[in-house]
Every structure is written in C-alpha cells, then in structure tokens.
Design a protein around this ligand. Sequence first.
Ligand code: 3HC
Length: 666
Amino acid sequence: MQSVTTQKIGNILVIVVNNPPVNALSWHVRQGLSDGVDQGLNDPEIEAMVLRCDGNTFIAGADITEFGKPPQGPDFNQVLRTIESATQPVVGAIHGTALGGGLETALVCHYRIAVPSAKLGVPEVKLGLLPGAGGTQRLPRIVGVEAAATMCSLGEPVSASKAASMGLVDRIAGEGSLAEDAIAYAKELIAVGPRATRDLPVKGDTAIIEQLKAANARKWKGFEAPYANLACVEAATKLPFDEGMAFERAEFMKLMGGSQSAAQRHMFFAERQAAKIDGLPKDLPLRTVNKVGVIGAGTMGGGISMNFLAKGIPVTIVEMVQENLDRGVGVIRKNYEASAAKGRFTTEQVEGMMALLTPSLTLESLADCDLVIEAVYENMDVKKEVFGKLDAICKPGAILASNTSYLNVDEIAAATSRPQDVLGMHFFSPANVMKLLEVVRGEKTAPDVLATAMAIGKKIGKVAVVAGVCHGFIGNRMLSTRQQPAMQLLLEGATPEQIDKVHTDFGMPMGPFQMSDLAGLDIGWHRDPSRVETIRDALCAAGRFGQKNGKGFYDYDAKRVGTPSAEALAIIEEFRATSNLPKREISEQEIIERTLYPMVNEGYKILEEGKAQRASDIDVVWIYGYGWPIYRGGPMFWGDLEGAGKIVEALERHGVAVAESLKAKA
Ligand code: 3HC
C-alpha cells in the first residue's frame, strides 16, 4: 500500500497521506509528499492543491522511531520548502491532530481548513526537542510571538476554534465533510493565489518570553528544551527567515544529540509499552466495571475514589465509624471545590461527582460493586479479615483489589475462595494526582482480571504498570535500597541536607530525608522513647515526627517549608557518636554511588526475578510515581548512560551484592 496517493479532481490535485496509525512523517511519506507536490507543479491543468490524511488523524509529527538512525529519503525541510514555494495555492485539510512536523507541514500550506474537533500543536518540547522544521520561525509569522512562544515552550495543543481565532486555521469545515469542504475552499483560492508563510512579517512582542520563563521556573528546572524553544522564537523576531531557520536547525541538532531528548523519547515509548501485558492477547475480553467500592475513607481511599468519580463512575465508600466517613467525604468535597475555584471544574460538575458517591458504614453495601479496592491500615491480619468478608459479600466475578504498598498479595488472596479475582492496585499519594498505578499480579490472578485492572487504570488517567508480588513491588522495593544507605551515610558523617541536595540537584522533587519527613518518621516506630536503636528512633524519642508536627530531619514553618535543624543535627551527632564510626567528608559522587546506584542494581534484580515485565516499566514507575526527572529517563535508562561497568565497580567497592545480569552487562 502506498503511503501517499494523489487524486485529480478537475483542476484540483488532492494529495492523501495514509500511514497508520498516526500518519507520522516516515521517509516514504516525505517521499510521497515530495512526489505529489511535484506532480501538481508539473501539471498545467492543476490550479490548486489539497493536502489531507486518511485514518484517524492529520500528520501527528515526525516518525520518532527514525530519530537517531541514519537519514533516509528526502530531507523534510526541503519537502516543506517545495510545498511553500508552490505556484498554485495549497490547502492543508486537518482532522484529528496536527502535531509537531504535522503542524509544520500545515504551516507551509498556504491556507488551512480544519474540522471543529481538530487539535493543533507543537509538542516537541515534551520529547526534549523543538519544532525543527520551521515551526519556531513560521508560527510567530502566523499566530504572533506570544502564542508561538507559549505553544512551543509548553507543547500544549489548541482546539480548532482557538486556532481559528489565532489565525492558525483560516476556515472551519463541517465535521463530516472535510474532504469536500477543502476542495471547495481550494477552488475559491485559485483567484486569490498562494501565500507563503515565510514572507509574512513576525507579529508581536517578546516580553512574553521572560514572562514564560518566570512563570515556569520551577516546572522547567533542569530542562533544556523549553529554553531552546524560546530562544528560537526570539530569533524569529531578530533574524531574517533563512537565518532564523539556520538558528533553529542548530538548536534542534543540539537537543537531538543530547541525553535529555533521548531520555524523553525513551519515555514516550516506555509509557505506551507499559500498557502491554506480555503473553496476553490484545483483544482479551475484559470484565465490566460500572460500579466501584472503596474501603477506607482516609487520604488514600478518598484520593482513589476521586479518580473514578471524575470519570463518571459511581463509588461506594466504606468506613467503620460515622465521624471518619463524614470527614473523608468532606475532604473529597473540599478537594473538588478547591479545583473548581481554580477553574478546573464547574460547580455543577462538583455536585455531579459528589452525587455519584455513596458513603456507607457497612461492607455489605459493596455487594453489587464490580471492583472493590481496599485501602485500610497496612496490616496483614486486618487485610485478610477484610478480604474474607468481601469474599462472602461480593457478587461472583467482582474484582477484589488491595492498595497495599508492601504486603504479599498472594497471602491476601488466599483469605478468599476466589484468588483468581484478587490483585493489587497500588496507588501513589496523593492518589487523585499521581499518575502511577502499580497493578500487582498475584500467582493466581486471572488474565482478564489483570487486563481489566490495567484498562481501568488507563480509563482513570493513570499510567499503569504490571508488577509481581515481592516486598514493596517495583517502586517501594527500589526506594528502600536508597533510603537505607542514606541513613548509613548520616552515621559516617554526611548531613541530611547534603544528601538531599545531591538528589534535588539530580532533579528529584525531594531527597531521602525530605521524603521521610513528609511520610512521617513515626511510621513503623515502636513508640518506646527509651528504646533508641536508630537515628529515626532518636528523632521520634525527641518528638520529631516529620512535617506533620513541624519537626523531623528539618524544622518546618507554617507553610511546611523546611530548613536545616540545629536540634536534629545535634540528635544525629549524638547518636552517630555511639556508632564508633569515624566521621569523614562524604563526596557528592559517593552519595550518588551509594544511594542511586543501588536502585539501578535492585532494578536488575527485579527483572531477573520477573517482578517487572521490562526495564522501561521500571523507568515508568520511577518517573510517574516518585518524580524521577523525565529528562534522565528513569533509573534503568540512566543506569545505561552511566555505564554498567562504572556502576558495578562502585557497588562492589561499597560491598553491595551486585545483580548477575548487571554484572553481565558490565
Ligand atoms: N512517531 C512514531 N510513532 C508514533 C508517533 C510518532 N510521531 N506518534 C505515535 N506513534 C505510535 C505510538 O508509539 C503507538 O504505537 P504502538 O501502538 O505500537 O504502541 C501508536 O502510534 C499510537 O499512538 P498512541 O497510543 O499514543 O495513540 P493515541 O491515539 O492515544 O494518540 C497521538 C495519538 C496524539 C498522535 C499521540 O500518539 C502523540 O502525541 N504522538 C506524538 C506526537 C508528537 O510528539 N509529535 C511530534 C514528533 S517530533 C517532530 O515532529 C519533530 C519535527 O519538528 C521535526
């Protein structure tokens, strides 16, 4: 099948791209476009051309799978120049999404027509790139500097109506009649003639560039691409078109050759790959989930419920005590109202979501739920009791899920007579915000139960990853290999601030001790102040429980902003002195070797044991569950960049047992 075909309709040449699934600009599409336009240019009967796509969408961008490979086929910029220089008017006819190179193709068409549901954007920044085929130079000539800078640096698409108001779309077509409407438009344009975008003046003011930098300083910390995008848009205001293009090209090549874009492109595919379950057919029939039950109205249970309510799925939420139930429901309402105040929901939407919530004090009210998620206290006996009861109450075929973060899902499943219907659905706090969902596959979990849980995860906007049963699954198991050596480093003379800074400089949202303070130092504490066996015991004994009471490894102000604590440091020092370890200077490199390398090592062990399906799933867990910086591509991708040899040498030097598969790679 040819990926680009042409059709002569009277004096109009229609060029049609058909390259499923998303009409990406693979080399044969570029070739086809070039040939198609040449055909139009060389045919004296042709007075205008239409460029449109078959399938679900207009061109969704460059073919990302070609990046980093030897170039093949015609140069994209050359193809675009040919279209822009056409002597007959060319109309781009847009449906679905015109993204990246797709929008750049539309920008060299002399006029654009789109259906109302179309979306247009330059999302390259999300791949660590910039629109490298004239997007940063042509957009400011069409929509002005303000809109161009915003679109390029944030990467968010705009709707067809917004695009029309910006001048990015010249005409809105009927939703079902794009092909005909585009031809009719092309006929009208014969009298008007072509209009090359490159010849238009750049409109607008560059003040927006500094405003965007200031407004996004936090979000863009560590990222190169947003700044490169802005530099290119700025160049468009200062340089003639061809020089601007040369500037854009140089910036694009820099990003393309760098590790950030490689990491972000890796994550694009990793995220899509994570949804796939090895060994299961893609079309496996799923169980129906129309009604969800959540046990526990605390922070986790409430946050979990919010995901379903927001997608219009009714939730019955169960607590044991009226007061706790009321408090939980109140928190859900408060959170929705806070979002409404920020314009994310209307008041009617908030009321609609709340109307879908049924508070209850009895597990019996879960009898008709299709999926029940337990989010009670993290204790095996409690969980077993709950699942035993659910087994008696729930209808046959209902999926019974535990939100446990560490416990053995097989043991929980064994408390029921239907272990095939049981699995883990591990959400991350705050559960209505964090995108990660670890779906824990038990030994006996039925394939359709697993596939349904993965699909429901996607439906509620999560990135779901399959994990096997082991202590802490993928994420928390790796987390503990970071937290333990971090504590040990305190005994050897490092400070919490020093270690945390290495992690935040790396790009993590917080370091090991900031995270401990957030979670609460008293979690798992034996509550006996006279028993001081660890630094955490010593801090708890002194009443330092973390952010919740304003003091932990750090001191916190009313807004929960932490500063180094002289008292905590003194407690640490006092405890340290009892360890008899000599105090020494700890380098940044040693902190990396002892807290980050073990995570990579643990990732390899997880893979060896089959507890994750693939290395990229582990990267997804760390990026969406723990805020690992996406521009470093997750621990496994980063480990490859660091080099297995270097990591193995350091781990062995520090006395860590190295995974066989990591050794084999070194
Ligand atoms: N290149 C290669 N493959 C792509 C692709 C692309 N640009 N975009 C999507 N795909 C693949 C996906 O990997 C997926 O493959 P799989 O089925 O094997 O997993 C398949 O197409 C379908 O993709 P989605 O699952 O994402 O489908 P959706 O319907 O949910 O979303 C989409 C469609 C909105 C187009 C989304 O795929 C998307 O955002 N794609 C990327 C768009 C983009 O970033 N474009 C810019 C590319 S860079 C560029 O153009 C550089 C230029 O300036 C020079």
